[in-house]
Design a protein around this ligand. Structure first.
Ligand SMILES: Nc1nc2c(ncn2[C@@H]2O[C@H](COP(=O)(O)OP(=O)(O)OP(=O)(O)O)[C@@H](O)[C@H]2O)c(=O)[nH]1
Length: 397
């Protein structure tokens, strides 16, 4: 039995043979390919992206090497320099690849070494320009591709550095050709080459600036969109006046908690709270004072609750409180605290006047698997009794 035929324990989502929860690997070629890929590009997804980018640059360099050797075979180059150039160009790019793969530059600001790769490729292009004689114009489109490489990954500052470096390298190469013109050069051809290169560099720097502007705009739009989404989510789940959950959000949370109760064999308590004689507050002090009391009630209640307790505005001046993992005795203690806190609060309703408010509560325990609707009905009946028995009290039902 080969190593690939060894049975291994089935992991998450892995296909099993259905007999004993085991599967047999027959991954011969695939696993070899994957191992080679992992060896070259590592298992880290970000490293893979960096190395794929460096690999692409290496392929571009190989294409340049092929072109240079083609020209060399055609007798269009300064022959003695072709192989030293080939070895240093390919060697340099492979060394950069190996450095990234080794992980030694992982802590650098740019572990992809994009700037370094670009500067090296530009230097190699300028040297290739020096040794390709009358065919040197073929290097210019290659330089354009090299410059475009950096437009997406580099900052505007880095692209400017690359642009200046390009002008310096090709300026020196151009000066060399002006000093030692090739016999077949048309008059003024070197100046034309330098003008094209300068226009290219300026174009790349300008386009990078625009790209960065667009990226910045889209980043701002994304941030604005997520703020708007957050606001929409807030509006969809919260009552604007009190900041409590709205009825729909409460129903969702109770359904979730009910499932948790079934799974964990626990129970929760539901409490209906209704402000006493609230209509009178509105009638005597005005609607704004009523709103103030509603907000004050929500604050008072929240101050007495645990972070896991959920308070929702059930409608009008009625609130629903869900106390997860709680029995009726603890619920009674909690609601008593809320009632006491509210009755001891004073609400400033303008012109130095203050008013106080009380509320009544119906408390019930809801065990796992029990209907939420039935539990709320029980709490409602208990609340009705609390009102009937004189208000500012709680009744358990
Ligand atoms: N200010 C204000 N009032 C509201 C709001 N929603 C409902 N109300 C008022 O709340 C009052 C509720 O009155 P009732 O249902 O008669 O109850 P109550 O006066 O509290 O009497 P009991 O519940 O029996 O103690 C009504 O006058 C509603 O207009 C609101 O958002 N703001």
């Amino acid at each position: 039995m080969s190593m690939h035929d060894l049975p291994v324990a089935a992991d998450q989502g892995a296909p099993t043979d259905g007999r004993a929860g085991m599967r047999t690997l027959h991954e011969g070629d695939d696993s070899l390919l994957i191992r080679i890929k992992n060896l070259l590009l590592s298992r880290d997804i970000r490293q893979q992206i960096r190395l794929a980018q460096a690999g692409l640059a290496n392929l571009l360099m190989l294409a340049c090497v092929g072109m240079l050797h083609w020209l060399d075979a055609a007798g269009a180059t300064n022959h003695p320099y072709v192989w030293p150039w080939t070895l240093s160009a390919v060697g340099g790019m492979v060394a950069v690849f190996a450095l990234i793969r080794s992980g030694r530059v992982m802590h650098w600001r740019d572990p992809s070494l994009t700037l370094q790769q670009m500067l090296y490729a530009i230097l190699c292009s300028a040297l290739a320009y020096c040794i390709t004689g009358s065919a040197r114009a073929t290097v210019i489109p290659i330089l354009a591709v090299v410059l475009m490489f950096g437009m997406f990954g580099m900052t505007l500052r880095q692209v400017t550095i690359v642009g200046i470096f390009t002008l310096m390298c090709f300026g020196a190469a151009g000066a060399y050709w002006m000093e030692h013109p090739h016999p077949s050069d048309a008059p003024g051809v070197e100046v034309a080459h330098l003008m094209i290169i300068t226009i290219m560099v300026a174009g790349v720097v300008l386009l990078t600036g625009r790209l960065h502007g667009m990226r910045e705009r889209s980043r701002r739009q994304k941030a604005a969109l997520s703020t708007a989404l957050e606001r929409i989510r807030e509006l969809a789940t919260r009552d604007e006046l009190t900041g409590c959950f709205n009825r729909r959000a409460m129903l969702e949370r109770m359904a979730e908690e009910s499932l948790r109760c079934v799974r964990n064999s626990t129970s929760m308590c539901l409490v209906l709270l209704d402000l006493d004689h609230f209509k009178r507050i509105n009638d005597v002090h005005g609607h704004a004072a009523g709103d103030l009391v509603l907000r004050g009630f929500a604050e008072a209640a929240r101050s007495q609750l645990r972070a896991t307790d959920v308070l929702g505005r059930w409608g009008g001046e009625e609130f629903l409180l869900m106390l997860p993992v709680c029995d009726i005795d603890h619920a009674r203690q909690c609601v008593t605290r809320v009632l006491n806190r509210l009755s001891s609060s004073r609400f400033e309703v303008g012109e130095g006047a203050t008013l106080m408010a009380t509320c009544s509560a119906g408390v019930t325990q809801c065990d796992g698997g029990e209907s939420i609707v039935a539990a709320i009905e029980r709490a409602d009946k208990a609340l009705y009794r609390a009102k009937a028995e004189g208000r500012n009290r709680l009744i358990c039902g």
